[in-house]
Design a protein around this ligand. Structure first.
Ligand code: AMP
Length: 213
């Protein structure tokens, strides 16, 4: 089934997506990662969006919808996609329904990871991501795992948009623009809310239960 992992930046969507990828061979589709690849590769699109992402604002719906359309059409990913960080606007949510419908697919599970603003800000301030394997760790919580990280500690870096001012902007954008998406999904049978402040393995097992149900 296709899964949507939904929640504010720093809620743990990336961490839980990676867990599902390892355990059930899902494909993680993070629109944030797809956009960062465009920036790294200095493509025309990458140059257009780097300032927008740096300010913590959302990239236009048409840009992300186009990126997603290519993935949804690809037979390789059919019914095995975890949507991480998409949809983020009501228009994207409606477009996703349309794209899935056109490709004979649907959403099997919509998981909302709910975490409070203060905790989000602390988490993102300390967040490090591995540029090689994508592993996400926190410099204050995972000291031992950082020392023993298999790709080497030097590959664990802070994202350029993980700074105080941008974090607050991203959270506020989430509350303002993305909240309506929550309302759009919350009445659906496949919608589940999980307390995202629980321990990572506890959240993982709750998600596993839903995905295998
Ligand atoms: P993330 O890695 O999910 O925290 O996303 C990083 C940044 O990429 C966001 O702050 C937005 O600027 C942009 N972005 C990611 N996903 C979307 C989306 N679905 N719609 C618009 N902008 C997005």
């Amino acid at each position: 089934m296709n899964v949507i992992l939904f929640g504010p930046p720093g809620a743990g969507k990336g961490t839980q997506s990676q867990h599902l990828v390892k355990k059930f061979n899902y494909f993680q589709v993070s629109t944030g990662d797809l956009l960062r690849i465009e920036i790294q590769n200095k493509t025309l699109l990458g140059n257009q969006i780097s300032e927008i992402i740096g300010r913590g604002e959302l990239v236009s719906d048409s840009i992300v919808d186009d990126l997603l359309n290519k993935i949804i059409k690809n037979e390789k990913y059919k019914n095995k996609i975890i949507f991480d960080g998409y949809p983020r606007t009501l228009s994207q949510a409606k477009e996703l329904d349309k794209m899935l419908n056109e490709n004979n697919q649907k959403i099997g599970c919509i998981i909302f990871l709910n975490v409070k603003r203060d905790e989000i800000i602390n988490r993102i301030e300390g967040r490090l991501s591995c540029i090689k394997c994508g592993k996400i760790l926190n410099k204050d919580i995972n000291k031992e795992e950082i020392n023993n990280h298999e790709c080497g500690e030097e590959n664990l870096v802070k994202r350029s948009d993980d700074n105080g001012k941008t974090i607050i902007k991203r959270f506020d954008t989430y509350m303002e623009v993305t909240k309506p998406v929550l309302q759009y999904y919350s009445t659906r049978q496949e919608f589940v809310e999980i307390d995202g402040s629980l321990k990572i393995p506890v959240i993982s097992s709750k998600i596993e239960e839903m995905v295998i149900a």
